[in-house]
Design a protein around this ligand. Structure first.
Ligand code: MG
Length: 314
């Protein structure tokens, strides 16, 4: 009684839509062409060409239309090496808002935080689309997956640009507090998007103790508190966090591309020796005053870049 996913052309999907005329559902998920319900199956067709069949009669219903690309298992067991802590039982199969961030360790570029809502019934589809731990995916793959899921999954992106980051940092705010505020805001935005539906759980890829997180956000206008859970390696616990991580990475990569364009050369990621070189090049080309728009100034890389500039100017 597993779910079934088919890959079909848009013209086939349109054919299906007229076939299911009279059984179409009024409410359809984002990114879908139609949703329909028969006696044995719920069918959701997406613009990407993926068609998801759910329910006891899925296999029979899907067989009218083609050969299954995957049979999504009805249940998946969580990887045993993933820490579970005090998470709700079976959280991997609940409808969850997940959130994650990118860019905190990169000298160049912003911090991007994404919260994304994945309904339990969309988990097989996301798996089929290749959503998994973004650490296992290269940027090219991440971009191609992100382009599809951004229309399937309700999400909110918060981008903390370098100039603002440097201001906050110089005023004494810790990176942890910045992240907590961004996560909270992204989660609230998604909750507003999906209302009146409520997520069964909210899972934050853990970067501080839960108590510290709530300390950081206590002065915010609103705080998402109910059913909020934290876990390290949360990408492996629920696909909502994996999807959030992919979308955050996508936004970060796009931003680095913009910075590269404005610098006139390719800006490297990370915090290694290559970013020192790139920052030195930028200073020589555009002047030191542009630095706050490009980098996280308090990183040790700033001083290293200045030393390189001194050497190059001789
Ligand atoms: Mg993370």
């Amino acid at each position: 009684m597993g779910n079934v996913v088919l890959n079909l052309s848009l013209s086939e999907i349109n054919k299906m839509k007229s076939y299911y005329d009279g059984k179409l559902l009024d409410k359809t998920p984002p990114g879908s062409v139609f949703a329909a319900k028969t006696a044995g199956s719920t069918i959701t067709a997406y613009k990407s060409g993926k068609v998801l069949f759910q329910g006891n009669g899925s296999e029979a219903e899907a067989s009218r239309w083609g050969e299954a690309a995957v049979k999504a298992p009805a249940k998946t067991s969580a990887k045993s090496k993933v820490p579970k802590g005090d998470l709700p039982d079976g959280i991997g199969q609940l409808s969850v808002i997940g959130s994650d961030e990118v860019g905190t360790g990169d000298f160049f570029g912003p911090i991007t935080v994404v919260a994304a809502y994945v309904r339990k019934e969309d988990i097989p589809l996301l798996k089929e689309l290749g959503v998994r731990d973004s650490k296992d995916l290269n940027d090219e793959k991440i971009i191609s997956i992100a382009k599809i899921i951004k229309d399937v999954v309700p999400f909110s992106l918060m981008t903390l640009k370098n100039e603002k980051y440097n201001q906050l940092q110089q005023s004494g705010m810790s990176q942890g507090k910045m992240k907590a505020i961004l996560h909270n805001q992204a989660i609230l935005n998604v909750m507003e998007k999906i209302a009146p539906v409520k997520p069964e759980a909210i899972l934050i890829d853990q970067f501080v103790q839960g108590s510290t997180y709530f300390q950081h956000v206590k002065n915010q206008k609103a705080v998402a508190k109910e059913n909020v859970y934290f876990s390290t390696k949360a990408e492996g616990i629920h696909l909502a966090v994996a999807a959030a991580s992919i979308l955050a990475r996508y936004a970060f990569v796009q931003y680095i591309d913009k910075l590269s364009e404005s610098a006139g050369f390719k800006i490297p990621k990370g915090a290694g020796a290559q970013v020192d070189e790139a920052a030195a090049k930028l200073i020589l080309k555009k002047g030191q005053e542009v630095l706050p728009k490009f980098v996280k100034l308090h990183f040790a890389n700033t001083e290293k870049a200045m030393k390189l500039v001194g050497k190059k100017r001789g």
